[in-house]
Design a protein around this ligand. Structure first.
Ligand SMILES: [Fe+2]
Length: 200
């Protein structure tokens, strides 16, 4: 087996809790990301989720493929994603470090495991993935950024999911610990839950 490793890095003015929330907010994926046309939860439990998505191929958006992805929160700061793209297994490791209060560094490492006959195409795959992944990662990052910033802002105003902001404007301030409890609550009948129950 041969490995192609691609590392990407980004920084923004958000807490780790907001970063984890953004990765776990499945409902935004088809609304915000150009790279997905469908995104459905197959199973979600504690710190683990399995999704079925229809994704556009990086740089060749007219081609789509189905992907089953498992995502696990390994610890407060680390997420791992596992999927198979065209027979190539991929492990993504996302490490979010709050280098200053409410300011985080994202270290995103993608490991492509190339085996069998695909090794014949290793040099081409390596050139392609080392170009395509940073482009794809940047595009995802930009698409997510406003969601993260908005979430960060309202959490510091005391916003709570399904409760909203404090009624009194003078109470709209929170400087305590921000946490992201998984899984994130959704309204019953959410568009991402069509496959989460037994089918047929
Ligand atoms: Fe996103």
């Amino acid at each position: 087996m041969k490995i192609i490793k691609v590392k990407c890095q980004q920084e923004t003015d958000c807490s780790v809790a907001v970063g984890v929330w953004n990765y776990w907010d499945h409902e935004h994926v088809t609304e915000v990301h150009n790279g997905f046309t469908n995104f459905q939860i197959l199973h979600e439990q504690f710190d683990t989720v399995v999704v079925l998505g229809t994704a556009k191929f990086p740089l060749f958006g007219f081609l789509t493929y189905s992907v089953v992805q498992t995502m696990v929160r390994v610890d407060e700061n680390t997420l791992k994603g596992f999927n198979i793209m065209f027979g190539i297994s991929v492990r993504a490791t996302i490490k979010i470090t709050e280098i200053q209060p409410d300011h985080s560094l994202y270290e995103m490492t993608y490991e492509f495991m190339v085996d069998g006959w695909r090794k014949m195409f290793f040099p081409i795959l390596e050139i392609f993935l080392k170009k395509a992944m940073p482009w794809w990662n940047k595009r995802q990052w930009v698409e997510d950024l406003e969601l993260k910033k908005r979430r960060q802002k309202v959490l510091r105003l005391g916003f709570k999911d399904f409760q909203g902001l404090p009624k009194k404007i003078s109470n709209r301030y929170y400087d305590g610990l921000l946490e992201c409890k998984l899984p994130i609550r959704r309204l019953p009948g959410s568009a991402v839950d069509k496959l989460s129950k037994p089918l047929g």
